[in-house]
Design a protein around this ligand. Structure first.
Ligand code: ATP
Ligand code: MG
Length: 253
């Protein structure tokens, strides 16, 4: 079975001022699969992830060359509607960052910005998003309580629900479990597995076991370069590059 590619980078380079943080990265992200990005601290994982919804635009002195195609369209060109791009490509951060508002308002905010006004429609979106994020049963009786009263793991699932509320195609997750305990982490991992039926997930993780458990494809980065990418089983069991093998066997990083 061939897998469709949803994002493709070609010779992607990124500089922060003089520092060459991404070096000729050419990588395909398969649709409706989970792709993990691994590699030692500072190798460019978060930088690459941020390229996929142009979050690096918000950082001064960034220069990017090469192409990034999403659904075969170049997202780097000036005609790209960045608000629509970020609707299509959502992001979940390392530390849960709910708005200091109610659970309901956290989810309803994005759809409202995108023009949904009817309360009944917003109610339906809130319920559907919370169900998809496996949080509904825990919060359905307290939707109007502050989101800040949720546990860390619940807050992270709320942030995932908030991303799902605007119907993205791709969900970027930058170390989404690193602030969570093992039980909350297991819930997020199960959720990621369910999400790939409808969405494409790209996850940065420092945890090799997590990458092996949740992902179908893995890319290994080192010093700004994509050293190797392929099916997760192949990368973990038969890496082609010695650097990859040294990293996944814990010899450095
Ligand atoms: N806003 C920035 N301005 C300047 N340099 C930056 C900026 N963000 C990242 N860098 C540099 O770019 C390189 C890649 O950083 P990046 O955050 O992408 O690494 P990472 O692989 O996500 O690391 P970690 O695993 O520690 O999160 C690093 O050398 C980092 O110092
Ligand atoms: Mg990072």
């Amino acid at each position: 079975m061939t897998t469709e590619t949803i994002i493709q980078t070609e010779n992607l380079n990124l500089w922060y001022g003089e520092s060459h943080a991404l070096q000729t990265v050419s990588m395909g992200i398969p649709k409706n699969r989970v792709t993990a990005l691994i590699g030692p601290s500072g190798c460019g994982k978060s930088t690459l992830l941020r390229c996929f919804n142009r979050l690096n635009d918000l950082i001064d002195h960034v220069k990017i060359t090469g192409t990034i195609l999403l659904d075969n369209e170049d997202i780097q060109c000036s005609a790209t509607d960045v608000v629509m791009l970020r609707k299509k490509v959502g992001m979940v951060f390392q530390k849960p960052n709910p708005f200091p508002k109610s659970i309901y308002e956290n989810i309803a905010y994005g759809p409202r910005v995108h023009g949904v006004k009817e309360k009944s429609e917003l109610d339906a979106i809130v319920e559907r998003s919370l169900r998809r994020a496996a949080l509904w049963d825990e919060v359905k009786d307290r939707l109007h309580d502050s989101a800040l009263g949720l546990s860390g793991g619940q807050q992270q699932r709320l942030c995932i629900a908030r991303t799902l509320a605007v119907e993205p195609e791709v969900i970027l997750m930058d170390e989404p479990c690193s602030a969570l305990d093992p039980i909350a982490t297991a819930k997020i991992e199960n959720l990621i597995d369910m999400l790939k039926q409808q969405y494409t997930v790209i996850i940065v993780t420092h945890n090799m076991q997590q990458a092996a458990r949740v992902s179908d494809f893995t890319g290994f980065m080192y010093l700004g370069k994509l050293i190797e990418c392929g099916k997760t089983v192949q990368i973990f069991e038969h890496p082609k590059e010695e650097l990859t093998e040294n990293y996944i066997t814990g010899r450095f990083g």
